[in-house]
Write a protein that binds this ligand. Structure first.
Ligand code: IPE
Ligand code: IPE
Ligand code: MG
Length: 241
């Protein structure tokens, strides 16, 4: 792969686990289980593909509306993943971060996440953001609340609130915006993912279901990214190609 012009931040909407299982006559949860395998492969592949930040959308603020047994199974899988992968993540220089509102996940999952984040905080080869109980609107509202609190306390002048300051109140504070958003499972929608941060991301939708998504599929998405001209509002002539 051409190592030039690789996306610094790749964000993935991991969709299609349920359909993967249903196609095989299995319960949906089997698809989630296979999905964990794909997560492992993509986390291993990301640094070599030039991405220093990888964000995985694992559970949305809307996914609580699913049948309770599916939600419970997803939480159990998450717990197993955090327990079984922590050593490898730490050894491979991965720094784990959590995007999403704290408090609603089961207490044991929260504790595992906090421990894993603390144990890997000093790593810098790959920042792995897990979006859990994450919603773009929820994140923006929490940032607005924080800024309103600061304004009320006299810590900030409302007129001084800039895009930079707003961004620093989001869960992704300090990280570059995603350059490439991949969605597996074929739907061309954002489903409340990184609404602020993805404003100029290149979008790549593939029909491949998440459990089938491999390192080669990641590289194909990156090659697509490399073929795009990013203009950020300028003309093609201005960005010069
Ligand atoms: C994505 O797969 C995983 C989560 C949302 C947790 P789905 O479970 O949404 O799979 P489909 O879209 O029903 O196939
Ligand atoms: C998006 O998938 C959320 C995650 C991948 C975690 P969904 O399956 O929840 O999205 P919709 O409901 O089809 O938009
Ligand atoms: Mg889905």
């Amino acid at each position: 792969m051409n190592q030039q012009n690789t996306p610094a931040h790749v964000a993935i909407i991991m969709d299609g686990n349920g359909r993967w299982a249903q196609k095989r006559g299995m319960p949906r949860i089997m698809g989630h289980r296979e999905g964990v395998r794909a997560v492992r492969d993509i986390v291993r592949a990301a640094p070599g593909a030039g991405a220093g930040v990888l964000t995985l959308y694992a559970f949305s603020t809307e996914n609580w509306k699913r049948p309770v047994l599916e939600v419970q199974a997803l939480m159990a899988l998450l717990k197993t993943y955090l327990q079984s992968e922590l050593a490898e993540l730490a050894a491979n220089g991965v720094s784990l971060r959590w995007l999403g509102e704290r408090g609603k996940l089961p207490a044991d999952v929260q504790k595992l996440l906090e421990n894993a984040m603390a144990a890997t905080a000093a790593n810098s080869r790959l920042v792995l953001n897990l979006a859990l109980n994450y919603g773009g609107r929820n994140e923006i509202v929490r940032a607005a609340r924080e800024l309103a609190r600061r304004a009320k306390a006299g810590e900030i002048d409302p007129a001084a609130i800039s895009e930079e300051i707003f961004g620093s109140c989001l869960d992704t504070a300090g990280l570059p915006d995603p350059d490439l958003v991949i969605r597996t499972g074929g739907e061309s929608r954002l489903s409340n993912f990184l609404l602020w941060q993805a404003s100029y991301a290149e979008l790549y939708v593939t029909d491949t279901l998440w459990p089938d998504f491999t390192r080669d599929d990641l590289l194909a998405a990156i090659r697509y990214f490399q073929s795009r001209q990013r203009r950020f509002g300028e003309t093609g002539e201005q960005v010069g190609r």
